[in-house]
Design a binder for this molecule. Structure first.
Ligand SMILES: [Zn+2]
Length: 59
């Protein structure tokens, strides 16, 4: 059985240092800001919890 998951990339801005970073919308491990190491996204039971602000959704 092939399972297809629809996922996309989103551009978020770090609330801490304003760094803009493109991350995957379906994270399986926490994603941290490359500049200040603040957590930008974390997996919470199938959904992604975003800490930063979404600037753009790239499909
Ligand atoms: Zn940051």
């Amino acid at each position: 059985m092939i399972q297809e998951t629809k996922s996309k990339f989103i551009k978020v801005r770090c609330a801490e240092c304003k760094n803009e970073q493109i991350i995957y919308s379906n994270v399986s491990t926490p994603v941290t800001c490359l500049v200040c190491k603040k957590e930008l996204a974390s997996p919470t039971g199938g959904k992604t919890k975003l800490a930063g602000r979404i600037l753009e959704v790239l499909e």
